[in-house]
Design a protein around this ligand. Sequence first.
Ligand code: GDP
Ligand code: IMO
Ligand code: MG
Length: 438
Amino acid sequence: MSTSASTSTSATSNDAGNAVVLGLQWGDEGKGKVIDLLAAQANVVVRCQGGANAGHTVVVKGKKSVLHLLPSGILHEQATCIIGNGVVVDPLALCHELDELIGGGADPTHRLLVSDRAHLVLPSHKALDAAYEQRKGDAKVGTTLRGIGPCYSDKVARTGLRCGELRDLTTFERKLRTLLAGVNEHLVHLGAKALDIDAAVAQIMPACKRIAPLIADTAALLHQAAATKQHFLFEGAQGVLLDIDYGTYPFVTSSNTGVGGVIAGSGLSHKSLGEIIGVVKAYSTRVGSGPFPVELLDQKGEDLRKRGHEFGATTGRPRRCGWLDLVAVGFSCRLNGVDSIALTKLDILDTEAEIPVCVAYELDGKRIDTIPARIDDLARAKPVYEVLPGWKSAINAARTYDALPTNARRYIEFIESRLGVKIRWIGTGPGREEIVVR
Ligand code: GDP
Ligand code: IMO
Ligand code: MG
């Protein structure tokens, strides 16, 4: 057993060494850390869906970086990073993120490519996101206000602008002005303030100009890379319970957050995916609105939030906390054919004497073991818990499975037996090296 990133990556079980990393809960499972670990041996790291709503944290030698649009593999110099066609790209957010890395002494621009088919998040999308949320009042989704939903709406309505348009900035500006003028009518109708089109264009065009040289037919490049047996790492964003089809609709994001999103959003076929790795936090969190059966509204929830530093990496909002929900995680495993799990933040449970785990729901007097489609049903579902003994000791120094306390191993093996999926990585702290690889 080893803690080195190279050993952990070479241990991925498919011959090609490719892997997909997906969040199996409501996002913020610790995908950034797992991606960073596995990216040490990847040639290409690909984001396939979502946008700057993501906040993926990587901690290297005590230095914390939060990636939003850039793949978390960007911190590894050998990795080419691709923002695939399924991602919605905010040029301002992308430039801001690049500037942060450049300010830190490393300019990764030469290793970054953006799909010409990816849709652009425009100022109108952010204005509409805010206006829709405002109008919904108490029923709001609690979005990140990054313009994600309105941008994907434009994509599906066939009214969006794609990154490929940036190859001709003059024509792009003309199309952008027309689009913004149309949206202004809509914003006024919604009771929101119309955008100052000249100011919005003046703000976004320098960023568009800057990212224009990064635009490429990334699907074609990925096909070439696949032909030469390059190692791919696909970085999921959000989590399966936020999926537009299978999440807790309408309290979801606007993309497919599972393997389907990886295929559609990269241009590679299922044959290139490799091992499907699900990331699961040792307890549950959710940020934003929507049913959350295991939510702890008492001091226990407060304690988990405090110990786990559960505040959004993108918006800083406090995350709602609860015990591990194996109904939710099992549902995500089945939907995505998950091969193995990275269990993160086990150390946050160090001080618990007893740890409840939700193994089923009770709905209208019946026991169920899957997520109902209607949120009204999910909102009425009551968690059924099994209680496991805690280990009451610090695990952050453990580097081998055998070094973990007996009850920590019991917790891990209980989850494995319930899900029928092997847990191959165990997070014992936020740092790159704080992980047990089995
Ligand atoms: P992501 O969106 O899935 O990448 O997750 P976030 O970065 O939003 O949130 C996960 C948080 O947990 C970050 O602050 C990480 O640094 C931290 N983290 C990840 N793994 C571990 C772990 O095993 N233990 C502890 N204590 N923190 C972790
Ligand atoms: P990562 O990749 C946690 C949530 C928002 C809101 C809903 C819709 O860091 O795990 P959106 O802005 O996407 O329209 O918001 O989805 N959400 C996330 N929650 N982690 C994320 O990303 C999220 N991205 C979106 O809080 O409830
Ligand atoms: Mg996050």
